[in-house]
Design a protein around this ligand. Structure first.
Ligand code: SAH
Length: 235
């Protein structure tokens, strides 16, 4: 499922940055790019810097104001290299990613990036719900625009993969007591079928215990494993 997350660039001065942003986004599985009043676009330089992400440039949405670009959004995050005096709740790249991946299921999300020289104006920050600050060297925390987009998109990519791996309500994780019962069953089966010697069990069982903890089987997977152990014991 494509993520409902758009990257909005405000008044980008350098077309190469627009191309580099498109590439950074596509590398990380994002597709919606919106430009507010770009200084030089379309441009050959943007296309050159986009690599194989020129489709994002072809489908780009261009607006004359930020308000229009985010009119359809339910959550808007403004990015800034500096702490603002305006007190918006502030997010790190990681907490932002976790939150937008969750919220984009219910509505369109926008992450807004400012001008190369001036960043975001206060009236633009005021249109956001959150501000995002990428942690960096306090002596020089200002990233290149496309590199800031790269980091934010990478965190979103990681968070969305994590979300996909989470069990759904249809296949929740077992209780710890159920996992313990499975482990006892496993240990018993290992002796029953002669894989381990009850008197000299060695470390094999401990290794398998760690393996099943790490793998975090769902309830359903655990019940399949229990069935498998039953069959092994019968035979
Ligand atoms: N002089 C400007 C810097 C703009 S850099 C300022 O102080 O705001 C261009 C854009 O890249 C910023 O508007 C922001 O969107 C993004 N950016 C750069 N460094 C960032 C950081 N450390 N955290 C979050 N966004 C950053």
């Amino acid at each position: 499922m494509p993520l409902n997350i758009k990257i909005v660039l405000i008044k980008t001065w350098h077309p190469g940055n627009i191309g580099a942003v498109a590439r950074a986004m596509k590398n990380m599985g994002l597709h919606q790019l919106a430009l507010v009043d770009p200084v030089d676009f379309p441009s050959e330089e943007a296309t050159n810097r986009a690599g194989q992400a020129t489709d994002l440039l072809e489908n780009v949405e261009v607006f004359s104001t930020l308000a229009e670009a985010i009119a359809d959004c339910t959550m808007v995050v403004g990015t800034s290299a500096r702490d603002r005096t305006l007190k918006l709740p502030s997010l790190t790249a990681q907490t932002c990613a976790e939150q937008v991946v969750e919220e984009q299921e219910a509505g369109q999300v926008a992450i807004v990036f400012g001008r190369e020289r001036m960043g975001l104006h206060n009236d633009e920050i005021q249109q956001c719900h959150f501000q995002l600050n990428i942690d960096a060297n306090p002596d020089y925390p200002v990233l290149n625009l496309s590199q800031a987009v790269q980091i934010v998109s990478y965190e979103i990519f990681k968070a969305s993969k994590f979300a996909q791996n989470k069990p759904t309500n249809n296949s929740p994780y077992p209780l710890n007591s159920e996992l313990t019962l499975f482990q006892e069953h496993l240990q018993q089966t290992m002796t029953d079928i002669g894989f381990t010697n009850e008197k000299h069990p060695g470390l094999a069982f401990d290794h398998l215990k760690a393996l099943y903890r790490r793998a975090r089987p769902t309830k359903k997977e655990l019940s399949i494993l229990r069935g498998f152990l039953n069959a092994a014991q019968k035979n």
